[in-house]
Design a protein around this ligand. Structure first.
Ligand code: F6R
Length: 615
């Protein structure tokens, strides 16, 4: 969480810092700040959004040739100006630090530094870093050395950018467990948490590795590896040309990024499936050159993910068991990493993540490897992410940047990718005939159009949203492969509209939650025309008979009719194995429109951030 930008150039860099922060607000948005050098270090901070910081910058006509900036998602210390970054330490030379991550040993360090005479002005773990660097500067020959000594004492994850008042011609950055890249410009050098923050300035990027520390000057840069406080000789890292366009992160004609991203799903899924839409067969090579060899040894799958990505894994489990005949376990990454699971060398570990930077997912993947799982696969939306770099196999969902905090197009593209994985594994295990494969390819070819026509139900959903917005709780029901879709619908509603929503496998209703049902508890049900339809209909009757109000998204041919207290929106005919993908869209639209009626901040819901890079 938190976003960092740094810039040093021959021109005023304040617009670069602010543009960068606006792009990074998805990572955290409860306070913001910057430090620039202009006759000493000048600091501006605000509680709240980057727009508040921008107002201050305009009022104070802030400008300078070097600076570091930050947008925060609070971990240690409430969201306030006092806890906003940059944090300063004023020993012999004033130091400014911005930080993304969590320093786990900050309490011990704080006590130690207080004994050394450092006074703390905030509740953050970051301030420890500033004082620790200042402390080390007393006994070392420059800021680079002082930073390397300081970080050798830090436990936890961090990406930091540091400036020193006495040497305004240089910025130092370092990373370990949190993303950070350098941007190389013709008239300056930059650093940021992700590429989107620098696109208006440069497309030449270097992705730093864990343990890297770099010095940036306006006309040069140098990267070193830092191990236990020792610096290596200067090292080279490859320079990438970012293909992201700034259009991809513009809102265009839409009111919110979430709305844009919901409506981008037909093209996002088409892009993700591009390699198979005109093919005759779905081949293992889609997942990497070693895929055929690894898949031929695969005896089962272990899927690790968080949040929405975890829901994608739950859907995939049904497909993998039913179509490929493979056992599959799906685990919440933050739980898996602290259990003592029994590893199996030939169970393929699959990490699913939009960002590829989710701390729990990364740690769970490493843990699975350490336990003895031989092979891993990433399903991820960010090509240069840590997850993509740490797995043997990878499949890039091509959803494009997802800016809205609530995940939408990442989820449906993950599902499309997981279906491809299922088909490949099923074929390799002789569980899928070539006729069936041809039928799946035809269905996938039709999927973007089917998604497009599903989006046409938006006006009907808008009507429901009005009624929903008055409720405080909601239940979501689904069965089989649509149960995880109900979970995803409940997650979407709660995170952006703040209505408490829970999902149940509808067979579970009478084992407890039915007690909650009354007129104040809307019950949303997903009703595809599959083999479980008659069972689902009985569950709906159970709700109806107890005065509950049902909102049903039903396939056209389900013969579920509107009646008093039973509202129905019809989707197209049953979409076969693709049905969960199509049934996701109405639930996204429902959450979006309820949030609109309630007037919440759709793209930046309270207390959340997009990339969860801390535990
Ligand atoms: C919900 C949402 C989160 C993420 C979760 C994992 O809308 O976006 O639940 O799905 O934080 O993030 P990734 O997929 O980046 O690992």
């Amino acid at each position: 969480m938190c976003g960092i930008v740094g810039a040093i150039a021959e021109k005023n860099i304040v617009p670069v810092l602010l543009d960068g922060l606006f792009c990074l607000e998805y990572r955290g948005y409860d306070s913001a700040g910057l430090v620039i050098t202009n006759n000493g270090l000048q600091r501006l901070r605000t509680a709240g959004r980057v727009a508040e910081l921008e107002k201050k910058v305009v009022e104070q006509k802030t400008n300078g040739f070097a600076g570091i900036a930050h947008t925060r998602w609070a971990t240690h210390g409430e969201p306030s100006e006092r806890n906003a970054h940059p944090h300063l330490s004023s020993a012999e030379s004033k130091i400014a630090v911005v930080h993304n991550g969590i320093i786990e040993n900050h309490e011990i360090m704080r006590k130690r530094l207080q004994v050394e005479g450092f006074r703390f002005d905030s509740d953050t773990d970051t301030e420890v870093i500033a004082h620790l660097i200042a402390f080390n500067l007393r006994k070392s020959d420059g800021l680079l050395r002082a930073v390397s000594l300081a970080i050798s004492e830090l436990q936890g994850a961090y990406a930091i950018a540091v400036m020193e008042e006495n040497h305004p011609e240089r910025i130092i950055v370092a990373r370990n467990g949190a993303p950070l890249l350098l941007g190389l410009g013709e008239q300056g050098n930059y650093a940021a948490s992700d590429a989107s923050a620098l696109l208006k300035t440069t497309r030449s990027m270097i992705y730093l590795e864990d343990g890297d520390i770099a010095e940036l000057y306006k006309d040069r840069y140098a990267i070193f590896e830092c191990r236990n406080g020792d610096l290596s000789q200067e090292i080279k890292r490859p320079v990438h040309h970012s293909d992201l366009t700034s259009d991809a992160i513009d809102m265009g004609p839409y009111a919110h990024f979430m709305q844009k991203e919901i409506f981008e799903q037909p093209s996002a899924v088409a892009n993700t499936l591009e390699m198979v839409l005109n093919a005759q067969a779905i081949l293992p090579g889609l997942f990497g050159s070693a895929a055929e060899r690894i898949f031929s040894q695969t005896k089962g799958l272990l899927i690790l993910a968080c949040g929405t990505s975890y829901h994608a894994g739950l859907v995939a489990r049904y497909w993998l068991e039913t179509i490929a005949g493979l056992p599959c376990t799906v685990e919440i990454a933050s739980e898996y990493r602290y259990r003592n699971p029994i590893a199996d060398a030939h169970t393929l570990v699959v990490g699913i993540s939009q960002s590829g930077e989710t701390a729990d997912t990364l740690a769970a993947m490493s843990y699975a490897k350490a336990l003895g799982h031989l092979h891993s696969l990433a399903i991820c939306n960010v090509a240069e992410s840590a997850l993509i770099r740490q797995t043997d196999l990878r499949f890039l969902t091509r959803a494009g940047p997802e800016i809205g905090v609530a995940s939408t197009k990442a989820f449906t593209t993950q599902l499309a990718s997981l279906l491809l994985l299922t088909i490949v594994l099923a074929k390799m295990r002789n569980k899928l005939s070539s006729e069936k494969e041809t039928a799946v390819i035809a269905a996938l070819r039709h999927l973007p159009a089917a998604l497009q026509s599903t989006l046409q139900i938006e006006p009907e959903v808008q009507e429901w949203a009005q009624r929903f917005s008055e409720k405080r709780h909601a239940l979501f029901l689904g069965r089989g492969v649509h149960y995880p879709i109900a979970m995803e619908g409940a997650l979407k509603l709660k995170e952006i509209s703040y209505i408490h929503a829970e999902a149940y496998a509808s067979g579970e209703l009478k084992h407890g939650p039915l007690a909650l049902v009354d007129r104040e508890m809307p019950v949303v049900a997903i009703a595809p025309n599959d083999q479980l339809l008659s069972k689902l209909k009985s569950n709906l009757q159970e709700v109806h008979a107890r005065g509950g109000e049902l909102y049903v998204f039903a396939d056209a041919d389900t013969q579920i009719e509107e009646s008093n207290q039973l509202h129905v929106i019809r989707l197209a005919e049953h979409a076969g194995i693709l049905s969960p993908i199509l049934h996701t869209l109405p639930l996204q639209l429902l959450a979006y429109h309820v949030a609109l009626v309630k007037g919440t901040d759709v793209d930046k819901p309270r207390n959340l951030a997009k990339a969860v890079t801390v535990e």
